[in-house]
Design a protein around this ligand. Structure first.
Ligand code: SAM
Length: 251
C-alpha cells in the first residue's frame, strides 16, 4: 500500500522544500482569473494537509479526503496543533460522495496520476464534478506525457537528517511502461541510527502520465467544458515539452 506508516511519517521531511504557500498563492491567482471567490474548498488526496492547512490559515474552509490513514493522521495532528478548522475524511476519491458541493475542488501533487486506469480516471473526474457547484473550477496537477517521454524518469538517491538525529536514505527507481502510460516508482527508505538500520520499507507508486488531448476528453466526459493547461508554477507561461508537471484548470 502506498503512503504507509513509515513513508507517511517521513513525507513532510521528503518534501520539506516544497513551497505550499507559493502553490496556494498560485491557486488564489487562478481562482481570481476564473472569477471565483471560493470559500469551501475540497482537497482530493490532501495527504498531510500541505494545501488544506495553508488554505485554512488564509480563512478558507477546506475539506480534505485521502485514502491513506497515516497521511491523514499527520494532517489531523498538524491542524490540531495550530487550532485550524479542517474537515478530514478517509476514503477513495473514485467512490467519494460527501453529499454536498464545494466552491472549488483541488487535487494537488499528481494525485490524479495515481488513478492509472481509464475507468479510475473517469470516476475520479466525475466525483470532482459532482462535488463542484455549477460553473466552479477544478484544479489539479499531473505529469505531462510529452515531457515524460522526451526526458524519461531518472533514478535518484537522497539523504537527510531527521530532527531526532537519525539519517534517512531514500532511493527512487522508476520504470517506464509507455504502453500503459505508467511509471512504477519504487521507493526504498532506510532510517539509520549511527551505522544501524532501525527502520526499512519499500513502496511502489504507479503513476500515470497524461496528455492534454486525453485530459480534455476525460474532462468533457465528466461534464467540464472549459479546460486550460499551464506549466506547473507559472500560469502566465505556455506549456511546452520541457515541462514535466502541468497544471490543469477546468470548469
Ligand atoms: C503525492 S501525495 C500528495 C498529497 C498532497 N496533496 C500534497 O500536495 O502534499 C498523493 C496523495 O494522494 C492520495 N491518493 C492517491 N490515490 C488516492 C485515491 N484513489 N483516493 C484517495 N486518496 C488517494 C495518497 O494517499 C497521497 O496522500
Amino acid at each position: 500500500m502506498a503512503f504507509g506508516e513509515l513513508y507517511a511519517g517521513l513525507y513532510d521531511h521528503f518534501y520539506r522544500d516544497k513551497d505550499y504557500r507559493a502553490e496556494c498563492d498560485l491557486l488564489e491567482r487562478l481562482w481570481q482569473r476564473f472569477g471565483g471567490r471560493p470559500q469551501h474548498v475540497l482537497d482530493l488526496g490532501c495527504g498531510t494537509g500541505g494545501h488544506a492547512l495553508e488554505l485554512a490559515r488564509r480563512g478558507y474552509r477546506p475539506t480534505g479526503v485521502d485514502r491513506s490513514e497515516p497521511m491523514l493522521e499527520i494532517a489531523r495532528a498538524k491542524a490540531d496543533d495550530e487550532g485550524l478548522q479542517v474537515e478530514l475524511h478517509g476514503g477513495d476519491i473514485c467512490a467519494l460522495d460527501l453529499g454536498r458541493s464545494f466552491d472549488v475542488v483541488i487535487a494537488m501533487f499528481a494525485v490524479f496520476g495515481y488513478l492509472t486506469s481509464n475507468q479510475e480516471l473517469e470516476q475520479g473526474l466525475a466525483v470532482a464534478r459532482r462535488h463542484l457547484r455549477a460553473g466552479e473550477v477544478l484544479v489539479f496537477d499531473c505529469w505531462h506525457g510529452p515531457a515524460v517521454l522526451r526526458h524519461g524518469p531518472e533514478a535518484r538517491i537522497a539523504s537527510f537528517d531527521t530532527p531526532d538525529g537519525d539519517r534517512v536514505l531514500r532511493l527512487v527507481t522508476p520504470e517506464l511502461d509507455s504502453l500503459s502510460q505508467v511509471v512504477t516508482v519504487s521507493y526504498e527508505i532506510l532510517r539509520m541510527r549511527g551505522d544501524r538500520v532501525v527502520e526499512h520499507t519499500t513502496e511502489a507508486h504507479r503513476m500515470r502520465y497524461l496528455f492534454p488531448q486525453e485530459i480534455t476528453h476525460f474532462l468533457t466526459l465528466a461534464g467540464f467544458d472549459e479546460v486550460s493547461f499551464y506549466p506547473f508554477g507559472d500560469i502566465d507561461a505556455s506549456l511546452t515539452v520541457e515541462h514535466w508537471n502541468m497544471l490543469v484548470a477546468a470548469r
